[in-house]
Write a protein that binds this ligand. Sequence first.
Ligand SMILES: Nc1nc2c(ncn2[C@@H]2O[C@H](COP(=O)(O)OP(=O)(O)OP(=O)(O)O)[C@@H](O)[C@H]2O)c(=O)[nH]1
Ligand SMILES: [Mg+2]
Length: 329
Amino acid sequence: MKFLDQAKIYIASGKGGKGCVSFRREKYIEYGGPNGGNGGKGGDIIFITEPNLNTLIDFRYQQHFKAKKGEDGKGKNKTGAGGKDLVIKVPPGTEIYNDDKSVILADLTKKNQKIILAKGGKGGMGNTNFKSSTNQAPRRFTFGGEIEEKYLWLSLKLFADVGIVGKPNAGKSTLLSKVSAATPKVANYPFTTLHPILGVINQFEEEIVLADIPGLIEGAHEGKGLGDQFLAHIERCKIILHVLDSSEKNVLENYKSIREELKKYGKNLNQKKEIIALSKIDLIDGDINNLSKIIEKETNIEPIHFSSFSKDGLEELKSLLFKECNKDD
Ligand SMILES: Nc1nc2c(ncn2[C@@H]2O[C@H](COP(=O)(O)OP(=O)(O)OP(=O)(O)O)[C@@H](O)[C@H]2O)c(=O)[nH]1
Ligand SMILES: [Mg+2]
């Protein structure tokens, strides 16, 4: 599936139906009283989160959303039918901003969360409403309420428990494909992953969501490589899973340069709980523990190691992810 994490759209609620002017016409009654019904309310524009969505791609094809107008009132005191609401489905994690992105109007973080962002116009009043002792045959009515229209920016920050970061080619996507049902593209060249991909991993009755984002390089915060644009998607993760290719020469430097990018990005990414995972240990001839110790000395974090090819260490890594995600701190 394609990925899109920003979209500009136009929304307009429905206008209210106008009130009706009408008089009773019955046999033998010369002057029937007023019986003009009220207009129906216009439809609202409602946003709702749909857990199965994880991209705003649908908004590439449709940017205009208009709810239906309320029907006009009718004789015999019949109220016009309300205009149908228009429900727009967005993925959980969608933030909605005004047209110049200066004000956040909604932050839809939960499943099936709903918000009305344009209210339909009120129905107008039929002439029945204006009957009084002094005016038995009013011809007055009101028009329906106006539409509410605006441009909005939708911005998606994916919801994942764990954000996988690392250099290009570190083996992030391969790992995701082995521990979850996700099928990210894997290849032996940098920047194989061009947009974030989510994968769900299960253990007993629980599940956690992992986000695989494109690899980072030094200078990503200045836009090098694919830049840091996808780091926004791990702002909300509980844990950062830092994948380091153990078969490379400069493992520690690689580690540090990614940490530097996280720090420069800001938003407290570098304060998040981090798991360091040494990948591709099937390629290592010597003792992986030596490398582990070097990393631990520098970071105070004991790395876990794994191979997506031999599957060594995958179960341990999964268990650790569940354990850390379930911690409350
Ligand atoms: N030997 C070995 N190779 C691996 C392992 N995991 C991944 N690879 C290889 O490493 C290369 C890169 O793997 P990817 O999973 O695409 O790496 P990535 O980190 O997602 O890369 P980007 O998407 O470019 O950031 C591929 O050729 C994989 O087959 C492993 O456990 N052992
Ligand atoms: Mg990848």
